[in-house]
Design a protein around this ligand. Structure first.
Ligand SMILES: [Zn+2]
Length: 268
């Protein structure tokens, strides 16, 4: 049986009916799936480092565990994203207990991500970082506008969380962020940074990279003049393609090839 992603890929390509289109692997063995997902998560951190999303102790990406879905994998505190390995990752439960791994975890990572994993069973991965353009754009407290094809993936698909009360340490604030996210793909955390989600780490990370880039584009255009906006119905139609599972997952694949060729130690 072909997956939804394979069906979408055939519609969006020529030759997709004849040649193999990349699609996420399927696993019969959950331990194998878990190892694969940890490797993708470690690669996600290498991707963040590749783009310079790696300031200080900030930033976290999480992956729901496929064996115990009430737990998730997260980065250990104070390991540079460029050095992350699958074996470094830590698994925590929704009560804040470390159930696997040997390192403390950033409290904000737990407070935000655990509540989003809890509120969104359809989401398997959450990505957050403090980045140059996301941080600047987030201070405006505005939504991204449909100024380009790429920005349309966030059209009516993200929100602004306008309550900054300091470093997130409370689960109740994680709940408020999850509520603000609703069933959408991203939240702009005002005076803080960006947060994206996805069905896979691949999608959450690729969404983050594109959102950061869309923030840069909107800042540039707002400094230059008044952008021409894409009409509502076209923006919706565009989002249905570039916000789809196939495209959001697929967006990470070329970058994964680069990461693998550069230094595959994240697999360890
Ligand atoms: Zn943060």
């Amino acid at each position: 049986m072909t997956s939804q992603i394979e069906q979408q890929a055939k519609k969006l390509t020529i030759g997709g009916d004849k040649f193999k289109v990349l699609s996420p692997p399927k696993f019969d063995d959950l331990k194998q799936q878990q190892q694969y997902e940890k490797e993708r998560l470690a690669a996600g951190f290498r991707a963040f480092a590749h783009y310079g999303f790696d300031e200080g102790l900030a930033g976290h990406i999480t992956q729901r565990d496929c064996i115990e879905p009430e737990t998730f994998w997260v980065n250990p505190l104070a390991v540079h994203f460029s050095q992350m390995k699958a074996s470094d990752l830590v698994r925590v439960d929704h009560k804040g207990n470390i159930v696997e791994g040997n390192s403390p975890v950033n409290l904000a990572a737990f407070a935000i991500h655990s509540r989003i994993h809890h509120a969104r069973p359809d989401v398997n991965a959450v990505a957050h970082a403090h980045t140059r353009y996301g941080r600047a754009f987030a201070s405006l407290g505005e939504l991204l506008q449909p100024i380009s094809q790429d920005a349309c993936m966030f059209y009516e698909n993200h929100n602004v969380f306008d309550t900054f009360t300091g470093v997130v340490a409370e689960l109740s604030e994680g709940d408020m962020i999850a509520e603000c996210l609703g069933d959408m793909a991203a939240v702009i955390l005002q005076n803080h940074g960006l947060l994206t989600v996805g069905k896979s780490v691949d999608a959450a990370v690729a969404n983050f990279i594109i959102m950061e880039s869309c923030c840069e584009s909107q800042l540039l255009v707002q400094a230059a003049g008044e952008p021409k906006l894409i009409a509502h119905d076209i923006a919706v139609k565009t989002r249905q393609v570039n916000g789809s599972n196939m495209v959001t997952w697929g967006n990470f694949q070329p970058l994964y090839q680069v990461l693998l060729a550069k230094d595959d130690s994240f697999l360890n």
